[in-house]
Ligand binder design. Structure first.
Ligand SMILES: Nc1ncnc2c1ncn2[C@@H]1O[C@H](COP(=O)(O)OP(=O)(O)OP(=O)(O)O)[C@@H](O)[C@H]1O
Ligand SMILES: [Mg+2]
Length: 271
């Protein structure tokens, strides 16, 4: 009787889980297909460039002999940008899969000084901002003399801010303003945000920004469309929520992540 019950339970569980597992497998299959498709474009560019050089070299230098090739500067530039795109895509894919693999049980949260974190991300992007005449600044909540500390996985928060600041610098025109914000709410939530006064994103397209590989048509600069998907995954790991909308005065884009990481920190309890 007991064995029959166990076998029934197992079958029921299998039947309940089967559609979920199938959906997950389909999701993964689509992601790998998309990633391969995205990698193919810059790799094809790289390959055709190198092939063209190899053929030109063979025309002027007989096999076995040594010699050199004069290469036009614009072709070197093209090769550099294809290499950069491939590297950027590989880095973003790696960041996404690392964020996906992280769970709070395998990697427990640690107390993170939000002000120090935001300051170090700002420092890392300051040169790029200055080059584009962008005013990149911090606006952290000041509550008491202690820096705001929150439970989080620091490496992931750094990745989140880096992606948001990278976007803000890339999509905000010269002379713009970008603000990194953060702090703790009385509700026990911690928050981090990045806000710019650039062109922003039409409201109807906001929900699509978190889709993997999605870029708003006509976006300036190069990108893989994975940055905000990474930010979304990091928010999920922190059991938080992500809000996207216009910045102050209805201009630009503001991305805000809040999570229950400010709770009970002083009492020493891990949420
Ligand atoms: N601050 C911003 N202002 C305006 N548009 C933005 C901003 N941030 C993101 N976007 C739009 O959202 C799209 C998705 O951003 P996401 O960071 O996911 O990808 P990406 O920047 O194109 O590529 P990458 O993977 O290199 O970050 C961008 O292509 C851009 O169209
Ligand atoms: Mg991006």
């Amino acid at each position: 009787m007991r064995e029959l019950l166990v076998s029934l339970k197992r079958r029921l569980l299998h039947r309940l889980l089967a559609p979920l597992l199938a959906e997950q497998a389909e999701h993964q299959r689509r992601f790998i297909a998309d990633a391969a498709h995205q990698l193919r474009t810059p790799l094809a560019g790289l390959q055709s460039q190198v092939e063209a050089w190899a053929q030109a070299a063979r025309r002027i230098v007989p096999p076995g002999a040594s010699g050199s090739l004069l290469v036009p500067v614009e072709q070197v530039d093209k090769l550099r940008s294809a290499t950069r795109r491939t590297t950027q895509l590989a880095n973003q894919l790696l960041a996404l899969s690392r964020a996906e693999a992280r769970t709070t049980s395998d990697h427990p949260m640690e107390p993170v000084d939000l002000r120090a974190l935001a300051g170090s991300v700002l420092e890392a992007y300051l040169d790029r901002a200055v080059t584009r005449h962008i005013d990149l600044g911090l606006a952290m909540d000041e509550v008491g003399p202690e820096p705001p500390r929150a439970w989080a996985q620091e490496w992931l928060l750094r990745e989140l801010l880096a992606n948001l600041v990278d976007n803000a610098i890339k999509y905000t025109p010269e002379g713009g303003t970008i603000t990194i914000g953060g702090g703790l709410r009385p509700s026990g939530h911690a928050w981090l945000s990045v806000e710019d006064d650039g062109p922003g994103v039409p409201e109807a397209l906001l929900p699509r920004l978190l889709d993997r590989f999605y870029r708003v048509p006509g976006s300036v600069g190069e990108g893989t469309g994975l940055g905000l998907a990474i930010v979304d995954e990091i928010t999920r790991v922190h059991r938080g929520r992500l809000l996207l909308g216009p910045g102050v005065g209805g201009r630009g884009l503001k991305v805000l992540m809040e999570w229950p990481g400010g709770r009970d920190l002083l009492a020493g309890a891990n949420p």
